[in-house]
Design a protein around this ligand. Structure first.
Ligand code: OAA
Length: 209
């Protein structure tokens, strides 16, 4: 009989970003200004990084062509909010080759169509303007996104609360600590809330001296 094995990606996908933040100490939390463009967007996978010159987006296509299935494109657009790194067409290409989502220190456009496409994008927001196509940019090098350095291969987890980064070498340890935190939170909730006001008062009496 073959045993089902849970991959690290599946374990991360099952965890809330909040528990991962608790496990990392929050040192690699992406700035809160980078938000999911739909509340239900959830991602967990490995980064393929892209660094763009100001206002440009040509290298995004290069990254889409190089990405492995399940990768998350992590795009350093230096916080530029005037020009889109992608719109619904480019995001459809990304979804079509199996990319899992985008995390962008910048903006996209065509939000209505992107929501329709149901492709997870975490960004500073949207703009109406296309990116310039003069070339330049680096795929696969270190980037800075929302104040956090990301290398290709690092793990990225995003949900309604935001985006966290887990360096590749720490992922087993952090997943384990985050799972333990979830279990601890569940036990606390059970203890405090199991029996309405009575258990809440018992819980508070133990904590508040
Ligand atoms: O060309 C662009 O800058 C992006 C765009 O509009 C799309 O992907 O639909």
């Amino acid at each position: 009989m073959e045993l089902a094995t849970t991959t690290i990606q599946e374990r991360l996908f099952a965890l809330p970003t909040t528990a991962i933040s608790d496990a990392t100490g929050g040192h690699t939390n992406v700035a809160a200004s980078i938000k999911p463009l739909s509340d239900h967007f959830k991602i967990a996978g490995q980064a393929l990084t892209v660094r763009l010159p100001d206002g440009e987006n040509g290298a995004v296509l290069e990254a889409i062509s190089k990405a492995k299935k399940g990768d998350i494109l992590v795009i350093d657009a230096k916080g530029n909010t005037n020009r889109a790194v992608a719109g619904d067409f480019v995001l459809s290409l990304a979804k079509g080759v199996g990319i899992q989502g985008f995390v962008v220190d910048g903006v996209i456009r065509d939000l209505a169509a992107v929501r329709e496409l149901d492709f997870p994008v975490f960004s500073l927001g949207t703009t109406v303007a296309a990116g310039n196509k003069n070339g330049g940019g680096v795929v696969g090098g270190p980037v800075s996104v929302g104040g956090v350095t990301v290398h290709s291969g690092d793990f990225i987890i995003g949900d309604i609360d935001g985006v966290v980064v887990v360096p590749q070498e720490d992922v087993e340890k952090i997943a384990e600590a985050a799972e333990a935190k979830v279990a601890k939170d569940e036990a606390r909730e059970q203890e405090a809330l199991a029996n309405g006001e009575e258990s809440i008062r018992d819980y508070l009496a133990k904590i508040v001296k």
